[in-house]
Design a protein around this ligand. Structure first.
Ligand code: OGA
Ligand code: NI
Length: 375
């Protein structure tokens, strides 16, 4: 404990414009505490250490203009998904949302509120337990099916984010249940079942919105795997200096995101940062880059970010539909049925693992992996 306190003092001392600033060393000291951003906050830090400080261009809100009140991420009601007329309408809304925003929220999605509430509580529990329990999960080994760390790209990113993350592979080939942290094991396994079903439903609706057979995207394997990224964003003493999550696009097929009531998530739309406010009972859904590739740009993966907040903690669980843990050579390229003389293929094919490896090889904000595949 003594060592941790002195490490933290060292990090705190770097919040000024110290001349002896050695970023690499500071990052390592921070990483070695295995206590994440929450550890810094618990130690009583009143300012943001230098390696978290982003350029003003990165944090600025200039692109968001509150007068644009017509800018609202669509909220889509899935209640009557099984009734023909209503389904047609839902498919239309999902198609428009996915091609213009790349983001929408869904309500009446059949995942009970007590389940989502308990998921959020379990992630709070995991993060708020004593460090000696949590640190056993702390790792930077990408092959680990369950791991906890602060900033997956800590040593590569231009600046660190005010966030700690627990990631858990849920399917396919999940680890034995004992490998998940006890604080959230049972509820994450339960949530995973619900999310699998919702994911399958959404891929059906998305297939229909592309004018394809309902099962097209699931037959391609888009719903075959998912990973939970469970984020903990502590309250930040100098929220304007850093971000909770640097702007990025998700390198998966689709993301379903559960967030608590703190807020801070934004999507870049028409060159404006637009808030995606927490809506009671709603889940956020967004198109990932791999879906943009296979839909040949019919659907768009939009840039998004999370602001740091003076209130907290903000909690979220991002469910990424991806199969990058599987060593598969299967190539994903634009769907034949969507191609024509007027709509030639825009991307070369990629494996899921190859795609995510390229994404992870750089720190955020990343050069878009999509650009690399452009024909
Ligand atoms: C992500 C992400 C947003 C959030 O995990 O890719 O964008 O609200 N998360 O935590
Ligand atoms: Ni994201």
């Amino acid at each position: 404990m003594k060592t941790m306190t002195s490490s933290l003092q060292q990090i705190m001392a770097s919040t000024g414009n110290g001349l002896d600033y050695d970023k690499e060393q500071e990052l390592k000291t921070f990483d070695d505490t295995k206590a994440g951003v929450k550890g810094l906050v618990d130690s009583g830090i009143q300012s943001v250490p230098k390696f978290f400080v982003a350029s003003s261009e990165e944090t600025c809100n200039e692109k968001s203009d509150l007068r644009h009140t017509h800018f609202n991420v669509p909220i889509i009601d899935l209640r009557d998904i099984d009734k023909d007329g209503a389904r047609c309408e839902i498919v239309k809304e999902i198609g428009i949302a996915s091609s213009t925003w790349g983001f929408f929220q869904v309500v009446n999605h059949d995942i009970p509120q007590d389940i989502t509430d308990e998921v959020i509580e379990s992630i709070r529990r995991f993060n708020e337990q004593p460090n000696h329990v949590k640190e056993k999960f702390y790792s930077r080994d990408k092959m680990k099916k369950v791991r906890f760390n602060s900033n997956f790209d800590l040593y590569k990113a231009r600046f660190a984010n005010w966030r700690d993350t627990l990631s858990c592979l849920m399917a396919p080939n999940p680890p034995p249940p004992e490998e998940y942290p006890e604080a959230c094991r049972e509820i994450l396994l339960k949530f995973s079942k619900y999310v699998t079903k919702l994911g399958q439903d959404l891929f059906k609706l998305l297939s229909e919105a592309l004018g394809l057979n309902s099962n097209h995207l699931t037959n391609m394997g888009c719903a075959d795997g998912h990973v939970f990224y469970c984020h903990y964003y502590p309250a930040c003493p100098e929220r304007n200096l850093t971000l909770g999550h640097t702007k990025h696009r998700d390198p998966d097929f689709l993301t379903i995101l559960l967030q608590n009531q703190i807020g801070g998530l934004q999507v870049l739309h028409d060159n404006h940062w637009v808030n995606i406010p927490p809506v009671e009972g709603a889940l956020v859904v967004n198109v990932g880059e791999l879906l943009q590739v296979i839909s040949n740009d019919k659907f768009k993966a939009a840039e998004h970010r999370v602001l740091a907040n003076c209130a907290g903690p903000r909690l979220s669980v991002a469910c990424f539909f991806t199969t990058h843990f599987e060593p598969s050579e299967k190539l994903f390229s634009p769907i034949e049925e969507l191609l024509s003389d007027d709509s030639p293929p825009l991307y070369r094919g990629t494996t899921v693992k190859g795609y995510i490896d390229f994404f992870a090889s750089a720190g955020l904000p990343a050069y878009s992996s999509l650009t690399r595949l452009r024909l």
